[in-house]
Design a protein around this ligand. Structure first.
Ligand code: AMP
Length: 216
């Protein structure tokens, strides 16, 4: 199955995409994680992307698309993937469609996680992240234990989860990414899920609805 995840920052795309990838036996490919790895390793792409990622803006399409095509071309993505964070605007969606046609493949579904805006700010500014295994946590109190339950690594807060940057990321989402819901709706591909429900409920509904819709 080839899936893309659409939803505002903080909607739970990363968590749900990782679970779906495990369940379907396909890689979870997060463009945000790919960029963060490039930044950490200080690659040429990392240096070019740094100022956009850190300020909450979008990295230019050309750089992003080259990175995504490279990742999708690897062996483990031959039979499917769960793509999280791409496409992020209409230009990327159109390039992606051309690319899929060229490679004679098609997307199965565009999963849209819908979450009220008021909830997103709360979730994002309390979000902590494991730099080792990429698990995310919501900690209401900064005094709470900040060690990853899976691998005991110390949790960190993403630079771009600071309140000012979060506001910008939400603005970028509503201006640039939200129109993708209609783009994929016009193509009859959207599977809309209430992302405001507890994580396990969202996973279960998502699994059920994908199964009901078949794996076209
Ligand atoms: P995320 O983890 O998905 O919130 O992504 C973190 C940051 O990576 C975003 O704020 C952007 O700066 C950059 N990024 C991720 N995906 C894309 C994309 N498809 N196009 C442009 N920039 C992206």
């Amino acid at each position: 199955m080839r899936l893309i995840m659409i939803g505002p920052p903080g909607a739970g795309k990363g968590t749900q995409a990782a679970r779906l990838g495990d369940r379907l036996g396909v890689p979870h490919i997060s463009t945000g994680d790919l960029f963060r790895a490039h930044l950490k390793e200080n690659t040429e792409l990392g240096q070019q992307a740094k100022r956009y990622v850190e300020s909450g803006g979008l990295v230019p399409d050309e750089l992003t698309e080259a990175m995504v095509w490279d990742r999708l071309g690897r062996d483990d993505a031959k039979n499917g993937y769960v793509l999280d964070g791409f496409p992020r605007n209409l230009a990327q969606a159109r390039s992606f469609e051309r690319r899929l046609n060229e490679t004679r493949t098609a997307l199965s579904r565009a999963v849209y996680l819908r979450v009220p805006e008021s909830e997103l700010m709360r979730r994002l500014t309390g979000r902590w992240w494991c730099p080792e295994c990429h698990a995310t946590y919501h900690l209401a109190s900064p005094a709470a234990s900040k060690v990853c339950e899976n691998c005991q690594t110390g949790l960190i807060q993403r630079e771009d989860d600071r309140p000012e940057t979060v506001k910008r990321r939400l603005r970028v989402y509503f201006e640039e990414t939200a129109p993708l819901v209609d783009y994929y709706r016009d193509r009859g591909m959207v599977l809309e899920i209430d992302g405001g429900a507890p994580v396990d409920v969202v996973s279960r509904k998502l699994g059920q609805q994908l199964a009901e819709g078949g794996s076209r």
